[in-house]
Every structure is written in structure tokens, then in C-alpha cells.
Design a protein around this ligand. Structure first.
Ligand code: SF4
Ligand code: MG
Length: 336
């Protein structure tokens, strides 16, 4: 059977004054109902662009998309805007990083939750308002019946994020895309929001794509993990396998730059040296080679000339042999 969400060989290119930016460069992944896929990577790795393309919200002018995105068997890349309009907020919905830009300051929170519900279900004003109260209650806003008439600025940051979740979920979407949904929040509220998303998912069976640069967030939240670098997927697999036995030097770097939650001492973070490549002129061969410490182990010019492919299923797009990988990983994990 076709997966619920299926992305195949997706390329997203923007034409700019400086040239063509390959924001997404041959990405494929699947997601089933009731499952959560985490997409991690530094900013500029193509995570957000991918999701905007799924939702059909990318900038149209100067953008070229090739490949396929199917949702429940329906092809989205070629769907007319009117069809996407019917799907957005209804069958698929998005939670953004910043509730201040997603919520309008000029309308009450309740109205902004009720609006998509009215639009997609044709419900009366009265029923839509009742639904808005119900949703605010569901996402844990105390005194929902009263707070429904508040404006966003009357809510705390955490409450606004909850309100945005209520807005996204008001039509019971089957696909929910959450782009850095907790980045702006403190750690306790982050955990509450993620728990809330998981709870709601258990009730509705929706599929969730969770985009984050924070591996700590994904560990307890997602089923599968996709690591992106320079517009490509460089590693994928069940989250426990990817975090437990990461296979790509870039994933090692991401893990190394993560604070150790179990450690008593404040160990310094080990950032990945260098910066992500320009997507105008991506490096030949492996896009990670200018930052990778393992080019010599692979030997010759291979990393600089030959692009490693990501195998289907669990795997990493890297030329290291399994033996070389084990040795390198053991050396990294050895106490300093
Ligand atoms: Fe590093 Fe080469 Fe593997 Fe790329 S292919 S991650 S440069 S070892
Ligand atoms: Mg982003």
C-alpha cells in the first residue's frame, strides 16, 4: 500500500539574483498515520522548505519543484492552489515556531481558532465558538470559556503556543507539521507541549512531522528520525537506533553538540566546526566533506568527488565502511 505521506526525490530550487539555490536536493521519506517523524539539522538544511513544499506554502515565484509528494494517495506538487487551500487547516495543518507571527494581534484567540473550523466545516458562528472553547480546554488553557475572548497578547508564550496548537488541530488534521514548535519556550513548557501533541496524536491517530534542531526534543517524541544536511537526507532510521548507534559523521557532530542531560558537570558543548555550505554552490562529492574529520579514513579523493547515497531503510549517506565507522565512533565515545 502507498504510505500515508510519501515524498519522493523532492527537489526545491529557488532562482535568486546570485544563482540557483538548491534548498532541497533529492529528498525521499514516508510517514504513516499515528507515527511521528523527526527531521533534524542545522538551519538552512532544508527542513522548513520541505514542509512548506508539502503544504504548498512555499514562495511560488522563481521556485521550481520536482519529484512527488503524495498525501493519502493524492499528488500535491501538481495540485491546484484551490485544492491545497481545501486541505490546509483541514486534512493537514502546521504549527509554527513563533506564535506571535502565526496569531494575528487584531482578533481574539477564540475567533482565530473558530475561523478555520467555520471555513472547512460550514459550522455556525455559535458552534464554531463552542468548538474553540472545547479546543482551548483540550490544550490545557484554564478557564477556556472566558479566555476564548482574550487577544493573543493577553496570553503567556506557552499559552499562545497552546492556542496555536488548538488552531492547528481544530479540524482534526490527519497530518500535522510542527516546525520548531517549542524552540521559544522554556524547558518545562517545552516538555508539556510535546506531551500534549503526543496525547492528541493518540486520540486522533494523526501523522506528525516534527522539525527541530534539538536532538533532546526528538528522543522522547518521535518514532523515526531523518537527519538533513545541505538539502539532503544524510541519515535515517528508528530514533533509538539513530541516537544509539548513529552512522553519519554529521549526526555524531549533532550529538556532540547536545548538552548531556545525565551529566552532573557542565561539560562544554562540542560544536561542529565550520559552517553549512552555500546552497548556491554546494561542494562536490559528499556535501559534508569540508567539515568532516574522516575524509582521510575513506581515502583518496572519494569524499571530495563521489556523492554518497542514502540507502533505503536504516542507513547513512557516507563512504565509511562499517568497520571504519565502528572504530571512529568508539574513539569519539571514549572518555576524554
Ligand atoms: Fe565524511 Fe566522507 Fe562520510 Fe562524507 S562520505 S561524511 S566526508 S567520511
Ligand atoms: Mg527552519
Amino acid at each position: 500500500a502507498t504510505p500515508f505521506l510519501s515524498v519522493r526525490d523532492l527537489h526545491v530550487r529557488f532562482t535568486t539574483e546570485d544563482g540557483v539555490v538548491k534548498a532541497v536536493d533529492g529528498l525521499s521519506f514516508d510517514l504513516e498515520r499515528g507515527r511521528t517523524l523527526g527531521i533534524v539539522g542545522e538551519s538552512g538544511s532544508g527542513k522548513s522548505v520541505t514542509n512548506l513544499a508539502v503544504l504548498g506554502l512555499h514562495e511560488r515565484r522563481g521556485t521550481e519543484i520536482t519529484g512527488t509528494i503524495t498525501l493519502d494517495g493524492r499528488e500535491l506538487t501538481t495540485a491546484p492552489e484551490s485544492a491545497l487551500e481545501k486541505l490546509r487547516g483541514n486534512k493537514m495543518a502546521m504549527i509554527f515556531q513563533d506564535s506571535l507571527t502565526a496569531l494575528s494581534p487584531y482578533y481574539t484567540v477564540g475567533r482565530q481558532i473558530a475561523e478555520p473550523y467555520r471555513k472547512h466545516t460550514g459550522a455556525s458562528r455559535r458552534d464554531a465558538r463552542r468548538r474553540a472553547v472545547e479546543m482551548l480546554d483540550k490544550v490545557g488553557i484554564p478557564n477556556a470559556a472566558r479566555r476564548v475572548d482574550d487577544y493573543p497578547h493577553q496570553f503567556s508564550g506557552g499559552m499562545r503556543q497552546r492556542a496555536m496548537i488548538a488552531m492547528a488541530l481544530v479540524c482534526d488534521p490527519e497530518l500535522l507539521i510542527a516546525d520548531e514548535p517549542t524552540t521559544a519556550l522554556d524547558v518545562t513548557v517545552q516538555a508539556q507541549i510535546l506531551d500534549l501533541l503526543k496525547d492528541l496524536q493518540r486520540q486522533t491517530g494523526s501523522a506528525i512531522v516534527l522539525v527541530t534542531h534539538d536532538l533532546g526534543v526528538v528522543a522522547h517524541t518521535v518514532d523515526d528520525l531523518l537527519v538533513m544536511y545541505a538539502g539532503r537526507a544524510v541519515e535515517r532510521g528508528p530514533v533509538r537506533e539513530v541516537l544509539g548507534a548513529p552512522g553519519h559523521p554529521y549526526t555524531w557532530g549533532l550529538l556532540g553538540s547536545m548538552p548531556r542531560l545525565t551529566s552532573d558537570v557542565d561539560e562544554p558543548l562540542v560544536p561542529i566546526p565550520g559552517a553549512p555550505p552555500s546552497l548556491l554552490t554546494p561542494p562536490p562529492g559528499c556535501p559534508f566533506h569540508p567539515r568532516c574529520a574522516h575524509v582521510a579514513e575513506v581515502g583518496g579523493d572519494r569524499c571530495r568527488t563521489e556523492r554518497p547515497e542514502l540507502p533505503a531503510g536504516r542507513g547513512a549517506a557516507c563512504h565509511l565502511t562499517p568497520g571504519q565507522r565502528r572504530t571512529a565512533l568508539a574513539a569519539r565515545l571514549a572518555p576524554r
